[in-house]
Design a binder for this molecule. Structure first.
Ligand code: SF4
Length: 354
């Protein structure tokens, strides 16, 4: 990528007080070793704190999350909050083929282990990832039985539970905290945007304050907390997204996941796009990488980045796509972009908070 960097990637360096080497020193980089040998506060030479590095620090080895569809629905679909769901949602688009609520949790874990063994080198640690829909949205006894079925599998060392911010209560969080005394338990919240007008526009059914409350209540119990954000929801310019990074930084999150807006067939958003495409801005992969680089510069350096994009089978997709660009390729493009800019996660954050 030999393009000129957008102004927002370089501007704070000129506007904010310290010199160009200051951030590297503040980040613990050893300037005398040259950029190729810099070691960042997260303990490796990558220019961002990856979710892989975070899990490696926790477990001491390679970790794989095994997705599970335990048959949950969500209050935004079953009529409690609404029936249409979030305008962008097609939850099954992200799930591996082996996931099915018709199979027990134990069977999905077994098939997930085989699935990953076929696709890539094995990991030494496995987590059960309750991924589909809202995985805390059921009676407490049912939740506990499903989580404990996963934990009973001999290969499973912990849980990652994806949910909405308005679907946790003290009883459940206390239970999860008790499990976390001897197993790894993380809760990942779909926050999607830090701006209430965006959340309302996509029919999310909760505001940002709900996300703040849920993240704090979870973190207070010592549980690792993840936040999931979609980049490019209608009405969110690059400037608006970048302004929102300060709100992300203010949350007691452990990990973050970002992904690009994708249009899925048969969703409300697909119909909105067909009616008025001008409301949407789908970024090219290059523009998206620039935006990610700018986000990382502003992001707290202790926030592990678990995902920067998502892939879905073409049969689910409509609207503009990146022509099959794989996530691994995007990670590579991001690393190359950060290297060209000689920047790293938290560079501007550290300038502003020095
Ligand atoms: S994105 Fe989550 S909360 Fe929204 S409709 Fe889908 S499952 Fe429900």
């Amino acid at each position: 990528m030999e393009r000129r960097a957008p102004a927002y990637l370089t501007q704070p360096r000129d506007a904010v007080k310290t010199d160009a080497g200051g951030a590297a020193e503040a980040a613990g980089a050893n300037a005398s070793e040259g950029s190729a040998a810099r070691r960042y506060p997260w303990g490796d030479t990558r220019r961002f704190y990856s979710g892989t590095a975070y899990l490696r620090r926790v477990f001491g080895g390679r970790v794989r999350k095994l997705s599970i569809d335990a048959g949950f629905t969500c209050p935004n679909r079953d009529g409690t909050l609404g029936r249409g769901g979030c305008t962008f949602c097609r939850a099954e688009a992200y799930l591996p083929a082996y996931c099915s609520p018709a199979k027990s949790v134990g069977r999905q874990i077994g098939e997930g282990l085989a699935f990953h063994a076929r696709r890539c080198a094995g990991a030494s640690h496995y987590l059960a990832y309750f991924q589909a829909h809202t995985n805390t949205y059921a009676a407490f006894d049912r939740l506990r039985a499903l989580y404990e079925e996963a934990l009973a599998h001999p290969k499973i060392e912990g849980l990652v539970i994806g949910t909405r911010p308005d679907c946790v209560d003290d009883r459940l969080l206390d239970y999860l905290a008790s499990v976390a005394e001897h197993r790894y338990v993380a809760v990942e919240y779909g926050i999607e945007s830090v701006w209430d007008e965006t959340l309302a526009a996509v029919n999310r059914g909760h505001d940002f304050a709900a996300a703040e409350r849920a993240v704090r209540r979870t973190a207070e119990r010592g549980l690792p907390v993840g936040g999931h954000f979609i980049l490019g929801l209608p009405g969110e310019t690059d400037e608006r997204i970048l302004a929102g990074v300060a709100r992300i930084n203010a949350l007691p999150l452990t990990t973050v996941k970002f992904h690009q807006l994708q249009l899925f067939r048969s969703t409300t958003m697909a119909a909105q796009y067909a009616a008025d495409p001008a409301v949407f801005r789908f970024r090219s992969a290059e523009a998206y990488i620039d935006l990610l680089a700018a986000i990382l510069q502003r992001l707290r350096p202790d926030l592990a980045v678990g995902r920067i994009a998502s892939e879905a089978p073409p049969r689910f997709l409509c609207g503009p796509t990146w022509g099959g660009l794989r996530n691994e390729e995007l990670w590579g493009l991001l690393e190359k972009r950060l290297s060209l800019l000689d920047t790293f996660q938290g560079e501007f954050f550290l300038h502003l908070h020095a």
